[in-house]
Design a protein around this ligand. Structure first.
Ligand code: FE2
Ligand code: FE2
Length: 281
């Protein structure tokens, strides 16, 4: 028996190409109210704009944007409005969820336009559903899924057993290989994976938070993370370290047969190099 804490808010996931749902992941923009605001030497508004411009210049086609948290660095409504402004020329919907750096009251206030839809929902399509989860624990960098969020996930998996499922959350639900970053992973990941294993319809999990490309298999699921649109963390480093790879994004295609294809895109050039001597974040 599934206990229902809240009614599922269901949105319909549409695709211009009925066979495949194409998602564009933009994550960890860390924007400020100040257009010159910098994070470890990178102007985050400028790098975000450059990423959007590069996606546009490549004519990348997608059905929806998924914004997987840490959209603001300073908790201001203006920083969220800056995010909205960046994607305003696109008519596709943007589904967003909060990260550890976000301040949900201001986030909610700013991101309520018709093309932006918040988390705590299940987006249902022909063959796929997206389950958007809130893993934020207020005031700390690590993540945790509340009982409500776990129930939301279980309901979706149980109610739509024939739909392939992509789960989205900010925090990484498995170690990424960097001790300093892995302290800040999803702390109750055993609860999460126990649910995934109980059903067999989760095909993929998408997160932000780790500011690097991750594409691996775990418990039969594809687990993916994307580069930040600003600073990157050095993979496999036990201590805090920045990476000189460029800001970027991830493209994800969900196919009718349950398979997923995905690739990372990045800016070219060297306009957004962080201060490599930074010792903390
Ligand atoms: Fe982040
Ligand atoms: Fe984060």
């Amino acid at each position: 028996m599934i206990r229902i804490f809240k009614t599922l808010r269901i949105c319909h996931l549409t695709s211009q190409n009925s066979q495949t749902v194409r998602l564009l992941q933009i994550t960890d923009t860390h924007l400020f109210a100040d257009p010159y605001g910098c994070l470890l030497g990178v102007n985050t508004a400028a790098s975000y704009k450059a990423v959007v411009a590069e996606i546009r210049s490549q004519n990348i086609e997608f059905d929806a944007i998924i914004a997987t948290g840490d959209l603001s660095q300073d908790h201001t409504e203006q920083s969220y409005l800056r995010f909205v402004e960046g994607i305003a020329d696109w008519s596709q919907p943007c589904y967003w969820l909060p990260g550890n750096h976000d301040y949900q009251p201001e986030m909610q206030k700013a991101l309520t336009q018709s093309t932006l839809v918040r988390c705590d929902q299940v987006l249902v399509g022909e063959d796929w559903q997206l389950v958007m989860l809130d893993s934020q624990v207020k005031g700390v960098p690590h993540g945790r899924l509340s009982t409500e969020q776990l129930i939301l996930l279980e309901q979706a998996l149980a109610v739509n057993p024939s739909r392939h499922t992509l789960v989205l959350l900010h925090h990484h639900p498995l170690p990424a290989g960097s001790a300093w970053l892995d302290q800040h992973q999803l702390h109750n990941q055993n609860d999460f994976w126990a649910l995934v294993e109980k059903y067999n319809n989760v095909k993929g999990v998408v997160c932000g938070h780790i500011h690097q490309d991750l594409d691996t298999q775990f418990k039969g699921c594809r687990v993916m993370a994307a580069p930040s649109t600003c600073i990157q963390f050095l993979p496999d480093s036990d201590d805090f370290a920045l990476d000189s790879t460029n800001p970027g994004w991830r493209e994800i295609s969900l196919h009718q047969d349950g398979t997923i294809t995905s690739k990372i895109g990045r800016l070219k050039g060297s306009d957004f190099q962080p201060d490599m001597n930074s010792s903390g974040y």
